[in-house]
Design a protein around this ligand. Structure first.
Ligand SMILES: [Zn+2]
Length: 356
């Protein structure tokens, strides 16, 4: 029986952005938010005090933190909130600040949506921007339900190119092709046609000259929309399925290897009532541990049994009935960058920080 390859943990990437890239980033971010809000939305933001709350990982050298630190002294209406603070403390601070715009990692905003639904968080934002990682449809729905008066929109980008694309009302990301080139490719780096999910995607950032980023492998599986987007935006549109690096690989029962896509595990949590958040950790070649945070009011044991039954069913359907599933003692954990990854494959070392 073969065992899955142990992935080496890459060293952290260091990215430099020059003044021109920063200027492009600021202008495109402003244009994106203006197009989302329109004049009426902008007036509502101003009427609510115009305050922006940025939920970020502080203390590290992450792009969001670096960019916000630059912007901080410039804008008195932008305050940073560390995602490493205990949740009740973060909730209390946001209740005091009452942001009109809430920006942050999708998984952290999903947690805050649960706090809002439970009545502990009491904010009334005009725009909620869950960025930095792709959300499942269920997470998006829960955020929209918790903030019914807010517009929920997100960009798709990363440290390598913060201004890569803007989300639209139809659920697509439109690429800023004046400043970035995005090429969906298969495992051999051959082009993937529109309408099919790619193995990964290559990014070129045309604004940054101090550190040229050319055909950089982002590791995300994306699908380019074959025809024009119904929202009317003429820029190329794509959807993101998640990181190819988050695919779980197990030894098959009859030899060989079986891979499970991260999306299957993310949507399982959406379908299971009472799950506020969960994280699936591959703890051995054929072993999974589940870090579970049940929703307030749900019976933890019932929720765990439903999650375990769902997971074992999903595994059995793929010929992986021999993979063990057990509950971890600890709740879901953040990566160094502050994200909650849904799926953490077996690695040769500590869990690498995901891209901010
Ligand atoms: Zn669109």
């Amino acid at each position: 029986m073969g065992s899955p390859p142990r992935r080496a943990v890459p060293p952290p990437g260091v990215f430099l952005a020059d003044e021109r890239a920063v200027a492009v980033s600021i202008v495109l971010a402003a244009r994106m938010r203006l197009s989302w809000l329109g004049a009426a939305g902008l007036a509502r933001v101003v009427a609510r005090g115009g305050r922006l709350a940025g939920l970020i990982a502080t203390g590290g050298h992450f792009m969001a933190a670096a960019g916000a630190t630059r912007l901080g002294p410039v804008s008195r209406r932008f305050e940073l909130f560390s995602v490493h603070r205990p949740l009740p403390e973060l909730v209390a601070a946001l209740n005091r600040y009452r942001p009109a715009v809430l920006l942050g990692y999708g998984s952290v905003i999903a947690l805050l949506a649960a706090e809002q639904a439970a009545g502990r968080l009491r904010i009334d934002p005009v725009l909620v921007e869950p960025a930095g990682e792709s959300l499942s449809a269920g997470e998006h729905g829960r955020i929209a339900a918790a903030f019914p008066d807010a517009l929920i929109r997100a960009p798709y980008g990363g440290t390598e190119c913060t201004f890569l694309s803007d989300g639209c009302a139809e659920g697509w990301y439109h690429v800023n092709t004046d400043w970035a080139v995005l090429e969906p490719v298969d495992a051999g780096h051959r082009p993937t046609p529109p309408g099919e999910y790619s193995h990964t995607v290559l990014l070129s950032n045309l604004a940054n000259r101090v550190q040229p980023i050319l055909r950089y492998d982002l590791g995300d599986s994306v699908l380019m929309r074959p025809g024009p987007c119904p929202c009317g935006d003429l820029r190329p549109a794509l959807r993101v399925q998640g990181r190819a690096a988050d695919v779980l690989t197990f030894p098959g029962a009859d030899g060989g290897q079986v891979s499970v896509a991260p999306l299957a595990l993310a949507t399982l949590a959406d379908r299971t009532p009472g799950v506020e958040q969960y994280q699936v950790v591959q703890s051995g070649p054929a072993a999974l541990q589940v870090r579970l945070r049940p929703a307030a009011g749900a019976d933890p044991e019932t929720v765990w049994q439903a999650v375990r039954d769902g997971l074992t069913g999903l595994l059995a359907a793929q010929g992986l009935a021999h993979v063990t599933v057990e509950r971890a003692a600890e709740p879901p954990r953040q990566s160094a960058g502050g994200k909650y990854r849904t799926v953490i494959p077996l690695t040769a070392g500590p869990v690498p920080a995901a891209r901010p």
